[in-house]
Design a protein around this ligand. Sequence first.
Ligand SMILES: C[S@@+](CC[C@H](N)C(=O)[O-])C[C@H]1O[C@@H](n2cnc3c(N)ncnc32)[C@H](O)[C@@H]1O
Length: 270
Amino acid sequence: MSGVSLGNVRPFIKWAGGKQALASDLLTRFPKRFDRYFEPFLGGGSVFLSLRPSNAVLADHNRWLLDTYRAVRWSWRRVVAELEALPNTRQDYLAIRARDPWSLDLAGRAAQFIYLNKTGFRGLFRVNRDGRFNVPYGAYDRRTHDPDQLRDVARALRGVTLRCGDFQSALAGVTPRDFVYLDPPYVKQGGHADFNRYTEDQFREQDHERLADTCRHLAKRGVRWLLSQSDTDLVRRLFDGFPMERIAARREINLNSRRRDVAELLIRNG
Ligand SMILES: C[S@@+](CC[C@H](N)C(=O)[O-])C[C@H]1O[C@@H](n2cnc3c(N)ncnc32)[C@H](O)[C@@H]1O
């Protein structure tokens, strides 16, 4: 792998499907050597922040999330200053939630995102049809941020390419010398839990099919990848022929009142 690992940094946001608990396990399954690290479904970035490669292409479809990474990378101090000005009360939460993020500058928008993530109910990201954030207040008595952590994330992001968009555009330019880790929205197990509402657009069955096609195409080109998914019939069918490993995973965010372990599949080529 190019670059030296500079030590683990914790994610600065809570994210549905976050891989914090599994990250070190996942890393042992990554190839020993590669040029660039690609992560097209970045989310809370727990895997990237555990690996800390110096040469990486990171992407996500969620523009507000990507802008938050951009702001932290270029001006984490400004983001901290903006966060210091946002009080954690129900009334303030509702007023801050009502602000149009696209009317704010980059640092202001990032601070609003981090604030809502830390003070909103269970760190969920959910928007209505008009793209308005609509998660209720979480009433948590905790800090919204740690300046040292944001500084460390900014350092980890130095020299990294950030792309906002669909996973296919995120993979532009990938070569067989690179490595891709994919952690897409999960294929639903029960049908009612709405975890995959990370963006205005849902990740639908046709997107899962498109992703499987993309992985087959990468495999044909000799690009190495590892993908995390829930263990469902659809996933096993879509990735039929690739090595699969079943592991127990504890989801970080679960809408059910009690936590439950969900079996997860790790799928790879070669
Ligand atoms: C399971 S989460 C990734 C979690 C991440 N590994 C972590 O530890 O926090 C899936 C991510 O895919 C993103 N996403 C949804 N649809 C996408 C698409 N079409 N292309 C790229 N990213 C997408 C979501 O915004 C979400 O952040």
